[in-house]
Design a protein around this ligand. Structure first.
Ligand code: GDP
Ligand code: IMO
Ligand code: MG
Length: 434
């Protein structure tokens, strides 16, 4: 067995939650390393649907430790809600959940700052989840943020909080925000959260490193996707953290030398929520059809997801950034009905082939995709549990993606449930899973 990172190879919502839940049976710890409750990871266990936002999907497996790492930003109110709904479902959250003392805390005024920023007339809105994620990371990088260790400290918290409030009041005045913020009420509310959260807070970097030293296996669960990574994604239409593999190390305090495998999760097509360029986006009825078939509506905000065809250059780019050992193709069943399936195999800009992902949005927006059309298989793949029963044309499609991207397909998902997954025998992924 091994320590592996499972992360999004596209723009998020690739089906990471389902995969992490399935794999976590074989791991001792599941660690979230970045993002916050902007993530929505859907897991079906029979008829029961769970949407995990902050808490790692491993929590659904009794005995597995779910670790919220230092790279995550935590809204304590959202966390308390999530804990309560999991407890209602019979999960013993308090015996499984561990929270980093170095994770930063989101306050209600972070959401206000985000609203101001998104509404500015001189800026294109990013289409964020409005959860205060970006402004909290701004405070972290600006070295004025408040961390879980501060929040649970009986002495230091109020002073740090008042200083941060002063900062936000200056901002509110500058941007002529008329809404009144009751800073004292927030302080009182956060003090109440503290009592409940304190027992779960510790130095998770030490905790996870000790577990690794003791021979335990760790799965690092990415949120968002590589194209939403603040450094490597379609900046500025990105989230504010490192969703790519490097983020797993900085966001957990575990060294790269301890990681044995990196797995990219990708849909058999591609989606995006929010604004920003999207080369293989499908316009009109064809896009609607995929959205309906795949039920492509955001699990956090309910927004319709924009749909597109599988994008080979994008996958090659995210494979290079992350060093994928293997990729998992999810939602193959969503394509079951199609007569033919275009795959974007190259990019041109102004008629010239482009081999690298452009850095600016202006350039990405100019991309004209080159498509190769593959035949559909027009047979249900849902419910098939072994590769040899997958229709030949669907296997050809998977082989095509593998050959064009240069990344092994180690697993195929053909439905939202745990048993609707086929791990490819003999693949690197199968070996990593032991
Ligand atoms: P995540 O954010 O990457 O965890 O993905 P989301 O949970 O936001 O979105 C993926 C959606 O697809 C969820 O509703 C899953 O239940 C669903 N899903 C995952 N894998 C499959 C699959 O192979 N087929 C189908 N039809 N649905 C899937
Ligand atoms: P999971 O983990 C898809 C998108 C938002 C917006 C941009 C910035 O479920 O895959 P933010 O609120 O993070 O500042 O918004 O990022 N976004 C996601 N899109 N899946 C997610 O998470 C996302 N989290 C953020 O729509 O475009
Ligand atoms: Mg999601």
């Amino acid at each position: 067995m091994a320590n592996i990172i499972v992360l999004g190879a596209q723009w998020g919502d690739e089906g990471k939650g389902k995969i992490v839940d399935l794999f976590s049976e074989r791991f001792d710890l599941v660690v979230r390393y970045q993002g916050g409750h902007n993530a929505g990871h859907t897991v079906y266990i029979g008829e029961t649907k769970f949407v995990l936002k902050l808490i790692p999907s491993g929590i659904l497996r009794p005995g597995v430790k779910a670790v919220i790492g230092n790279g995550v930003v935590i809204d304590p109110a959202a966390l308390m809600d999530e804990i309560a709904s999991l407890e209602k479902a019979g999960i013993n959250v308090h015996s499984q959940l561990v929270i980093s003392n170095r994770a930063h805390v989101i306050f209600p005024f972070h959401r206000m700052v985000e609203q101001v920023s998104e509404a500015r007339a001189d800026r294109v809105a990013i289409g964020t989840t409005k959860r205060g994620i970006g402004p909290c990371y701004e405070d972290k990088i600006g070295r004025r943020g408040i961390r879980m260790a501060d929040l649970v400290s009986p002495q230091g918290f109020e002073h740090m909080y008042r200083m941060l409030c002063e900062d936000k009041m200056t901002l509110a005045t500058a941007f002529k925000v008329s809404e009144q913020i009751d800073f004292d009420k927030i302080l009182e509310q956060y003090r109440q959260f503290t009592e409940k959260l304190r027992p779960l807070v510790c130095d998770t970097a030490i905790y996870v490193n000790h577990a690794i030293r003791d021979g335990k296996n760790v799965l690092f669960e990415g949120a968002q996707g590589t194209m939403l990574d603040v450094d490597h994604g379609t900046y500025p239409f990105v989230t504010s953290s490192n969703a790519s593999a490097g983020g797993a190390c900085t966001g957990s305090g575990v060294a790269p030398t301890r990681i044995n495998g990196i797995i990219g999760v990708s849909k058999a097509y591609i989606t995006r929520v929010g604004a920003g360029p999207f080369p293989s986006e499908i316009e009109g009825e064809a896009g609607e059809r995929i959205r309906r078939a795949g039920n492509e509506f955001g699990s956090v905000t309910g927004r319709p997801r924009r749909c597109g065809w599988f994008d080979v250059p994008l996958l090659k780019y995210t494979a290079a950034i992350n060093g994928f050992d293997s990729m998992i193709i999810t939602k193959l069943d969503v394509l079951d009905d199609l007569d033919e399936i275009p795959v974007c195999i190259g990019y041109t800009i102004n008629g010239i082939a482009v081999s690298e992902m452009p850095a600016t949005n202006e350039e990405v927006a100019k991309i004209v995709p080159v498509y190769e059309i593959l035949p559909g298989w027009k047979t249900l793949t849902k419910g098939i549990t072994s590769l040899d029963r997958i229709p030949k044309k669907a296997m050809d499609y998977l082989k095509f993606l593998e050959e064009k991207t240069g990344v092994e397909v180690g697993c195929v998902s053909n439905g939202p449930e745990r048993n609707e997954t086929i791990i490819v025998p003999g693949s690197s992924l199968a070996r990593l899973l032991g």
